[in-house]
Design a protein around this ligand. Structure first.
Ligand SMILES: Cc1cc2nc3c(=O)[nH]c(=O)nc-3n(C[C@H](O)[C@H](O)[C@H](O)COP(=O)(O)OP(=O)(O)OC[C@H]3O[C@@H](n4cnc5c(N)ncnc54)[C@H](O)[C@@H]3O)c2cc1C
Length: 320
């Protein structure tokens, strides 16, 4: 891509934040599906100050940016992402000490912290409310944007507040009402193919948790993990590919349509869970094009045989 006016001279600015800007970095290794083309510019941030500085710099330079968490809820196109991909590794997690008598405790975490790690920390502290998240891949930022959930729990149940860096570069506190949460959706998530742009960035969040019986909390988390291991494939995937249609399960319909084990080049419908498309060969063995073709085959077959239109749950990111 041709850098916007002023970018070439300004490219040194991130170095002052301690951020190293790299060119043409393949994104496949940074996603759980292990497919996807390059980012024009790529930078890893490890502190919230770096994140704020880099986003403000990109906004001032009119360089579109895209925040990459765990890459676990997206399919990056083979053409990749034009602009700057910011790899979020701001990972601090801490318990905000409540008064001894308080019934609730607050857990603070930066947006690049692994959501499962945040859950594990809460469990170590004997707190209840986030056990469901021990089995979720990806970062807290991705979970806050997508209202991640499992085992009957979801982000919106326990979120107290999130700090957001908005399109204008200001830091604002969002509460539940501002996030307009719905099933795997929020005001921060856009349901369309995504490109780099000038979207708000989640910097951190605080959860409101209750004190629980440490043994019970641990046992619940263990049972969720064991359930995952039994029911979901371990190979590279994007998690659930399609949204469950009202009153049904996408996986059940895909299996009923006879598509379990269907394959296009390196990508196949998991034989363990039909709503998971897996890339058993990992990086270099499949393309985003293979994934899209298999998704289209599934949508057409399920529509023709069962009369149900399946909608993608994963976000299609980059240039298609
Ligand atoms: C095996 C497997 C199992 C899964 N199981 C579940 C499940 O049970 N329940 C569930 O809800 N999900 C599940 N998922 C999907 C995924 O783990 C969640 O959606 C997760 O919350 C995504 O987080 P991430 O950091 O990987 O986001 P990414 O995929 O990196 O990003 C997703 C979107 O969020 C945006 N984003 C990420 N971080 C920020 C930020 N800090 N600020 C602004 N925007 C940001 C990105 O730009 C992108 O648009 C599963 C995925 C896999 C691979």
């Amino acid at each position: 891509m041709t850098p916007p006016t002023g970018i070439t001279q300004a490219l040194a600015a991130p170095e002052k934040l301690g951020v190293h800007l790299r060119r043409d970095i393949a994104l496949a290794p940074y996603t759980t599906m292990k497919v996807g083309g390059p980012a024009d510019y790529f930078a890893t941030v490890t502190s919230v100050d770096q994140m704020i500085g880099l986003v403000r710099w990109a906004q001032a330079a009119a360089l579109p940016y895209f925040v990459l968490g765990g890459g676990s809820n997206m399919l990056v196109s083979d053409a990749g992402i034009r602009g700057l991909v910011i790899h979020n590794r701001c990972r601090q997690v801490r318990l905000e000490q409540p008064p001894r008598s308080a019934a609730e405790a607050h857990l603070f975490a930066e947006s690049g912290a692994a959501m499962a790690g945040v859950a594990r920390q809460s469990i170590r502290d004997g707190l209840t409310g986030l056990e469901w998240a021990v089995s979720i891949p990806g970062t807290l930022g991705g979970a806050v944007v997508g209202n991640a959930g499992a085992h009957g729990g979801e982000i919106k149940d326990r979120l107290e507040a999130a700090l957001i860096l908005n399109e204008g570069g200001q830091i604002v506190e969002f509460h539940l009402a501002d996030l307009a949460y719905a099933y795997r959706d929020s005001s921060l998530k856009r349901r369309k193919p995504l490109r780099a742009g000038f979207l708000p960035v989640v910097l951190s969040a605080t959860f409101r948790l209750a004190h629980g019986d440490p043994q019970e909390v641990r046992a619940r988390a263990e049972s969720y993990l064991a359930h995952r291991r039994r029911t979901q494939p371990a190979e590279p995937s994007m998690g659930s590919t399609f949204v469950n249609p009202p009153g049904d399960y996408a996986g059940r319909l895909i299996e009923l349509a006879g598509l379990k084990g269907a394959r296009i080049d390196g990508v196949e419908v998991s034989s363990l869970h039909a709503n998971f498309l897996v890339n058993p060969g990992g990086v270099g063995k499949a393309t985003a094009g293979d994934v899209i073709r298999l998704m289209e085959q599934i949508q057409t077959t399920v529509q023709t045989r069962l009369g149900v239109a399946l909608e993608p749950e994963v976000q299609l990111v980059g240039e298609w």
